[in-house]
Write a protein that binds this ligand. Sequence first.
Ligand SMILES: Nc1ncnc2c1ncn2[C@@H]1O[C@H](COP(=O)(O)OP(=O)(O)O)[C@@H](O)[C@H]1O
Ligand SMILES: [Mg+2]
Length: 505
Amino acid sequence: MSAPTVERVEMIGIVKRFPGVLANDRVDLEVQRGEILALLGENGAGKSTLMKILYGMQPADEGEIRLNGQPLHLRSPSDAIRHGIGMIHQHFMLVPSLTVAENVALGLPSGRGGRLDLTPIMRGIQALSERYNLKVDPRAYVWQLSVGEQQRVEIIKALYRNAGVLIMDEPTAVLTPQEVDDLFKILRQMTADGHAIIFISHKLHEVLAISDRIMVLRDGRAVGSLPTTQATREILARLMVGREVSLRVAHEAMEVGQVRLRVEQLNALNARRLPALRDVSLEVRGGEILGVAGVSGNGQRELAEVIAGLRPLTSGKVYLDEADLTQASVAERIAAGFSYIPEERMRDGAIKTFSVAENAILQTHTRPPIAQRGMINFRAVRQMTGDLITRFNVKTPSQSTPLRNLSGGNIQKLILARELSRNPHVLLAAQPTRGVDIGATMYIHRVLLDQRAHGTAILLISEDLEEILALSDRIAVIYEGQIMGILPRAEATAEKLGLLMAGSL
Ligand SMILES: Nc1ncnc2c1ncn2[C@@H]1O[C@H](COP(=O)(O)OP(=O)(O)O)[C@@H](O)[C@H]1O
Ligand SMILES: [Mg+2]
């Protein structure tokens, strides 16, 4: 492989409009050879859009790209690749039924007779995997590989095409902490060899750990760019959110009460009718937060749905305050003191065409004070909604605004408000802060800890290990539908949890 020929990439005055959204608003960006630039921003800030423009996937409405000082016109990703710009997407683009070598070969010009000789490609993969410690077997089929290995194949593929600039869109979202460490070592070796990397993330600690420079996007605009040595979590959070954010929540030791939620030997199938949960047994006591950690797709969704009564069990038992609710309907669970903050909040937790007020009374609309003699008491609705909006700091123009007009964080706060207003005995919170800005995240964390102090048993399912570590009293790790271990807070380090998350005992 020859050394990268990219000295400098610039994006100048990039504007990109989608119907109703200004996704990029006159954004300037620059990255140099040997440098890791972090592109930081909340969900929807415009990071992927900007990088898809740099990768030739979509045209900018205005602005210019320059490579080594020369204007560059990109009509497609193959154009970008030809100029040494590579990108690894949030969702990998490998073909599972092909081998690693075949995937690397895909799209390369073929030899005589349309046949591609894989021998030099195998050799190239070997050389790259030695140079960068990218351990993969070139003969393995992609479907056999772990997510971390698939990511390494994507990196090899880009390096094989001699990517001088490598764009990585949220590459750590699917990795265990150890895999993140490995990835960071690979990235450092790459920059030492003269590659430039654009690393997209919304996680402050990662950006601080790996980058040389940080650029923050908010609502499509570049709101700050600074050397990582000058950045702190507080500075970055303020830039991302646009206001002061307190990043600390106090987790105080608490007296725990009796067991309020108990699940025994849960087994269930996923949407493809394959086993998703295998003999999952857990207990949560009043005043306790039990965190369930794991890499995405290891049964978390099914576990939440089974406990909420939205997915059938093949076997197992669910008890709430020692009452057997295994066969109970959703409504019966709610009546027994169960509350649920679903991961798919627009599908399972709210109705986006309904107003804020209508969403606030979902599930309580059949009971007093909302329902009186079979009629809805609108004054009670207004009062209750107003109260929830104030107490939970929900930003909405009015109670009659359709829910879809609110930001993700405010929708989540409204659902949280509604679910907690019932004073639940058991609260199941599934990915409660996914897609929510840091300000709202910190607020939700505080609310969960308050609820714990009120004696609620909280089952927190989250793929965000920082969140799990900040809130949980005990931490269970789920891997391929099995609980690999349960650690008390004091013993739970990212390292230990990471090993369990990777399936090793
Ligand atoms: N193809 C598209 N069509 C319409 N809107 C889009 C499209 N892609 C992105 N957007 C919108 O542009 C904004 C920025 O999105 P994106 O670049 O994906 O943000 P990020 O990667 O920072 O989360 C969002 O409001 C998003 O909904
Ligand atoms: Mg994105």
